[in-house]
Design a protein around this ligand. Sequence first.
Ligand code: MN3
Length: 215
Amino acid sequence: MQTTELSNKLFELPELEYTTNSLEPFISQETMDVHYGKHHRGYVEKFNKAIAGKTLEVSPLGDILSNVSRYGMAVRNNGGGHYNHSLFWSIMSPNGGGKPSGNFANLISDSFGSYENFKKEFKKEAMSRFGSGWVWLVVNDDELKIGSTPNQDNPVMDVSEFRGVPILGLDLWEHAYYLQYQNKRADYVDAFWNVVNWPEVERRYEAAMAEQVMI
Ligand code: MN3
């Protein structure tokens, strides 16, 4: 395979569907500018560097991550960083908040007792993740599950103890909240619910079920 064929297949920083100030007051513009513009951009650049000239460049990101044990830590950390942040931006919206709707709302209640209890369990998982990582809502075997992963790992990765198709994720790295919330991770988790883009979470749930993705 020639490098010229691969050169335009590099991964790119996705465009945000909203401006960096539009999640305020829940997530500050300063946080978004640094997080999206510096951190995520950095993951994309380092990921592209890690896969440059390899056939990995033409593989879908999900395929790379579901076989990530075959590759080095640069692919795991930066490919994971790219996947996780791309998902994160998409499941937030300036018009977010509220509650899940329709069948999905019923599913949340059936799975966790109630929407309030779902939020409680998600927060508990977020608070018990020591250091940097992510907390997730995933589809696994047709069921909704809450869990977390360290660093930039995610439930798609074959190296992860917690597996599934992520439909909602929250970044627990201090870079995601420290500028605004300092050490108060709990306040950041509480604020997050005001910007969750439930229609997108529900779309991801439907897609995961339709594809019958086997993990
Ligand atoms: Mn981050």
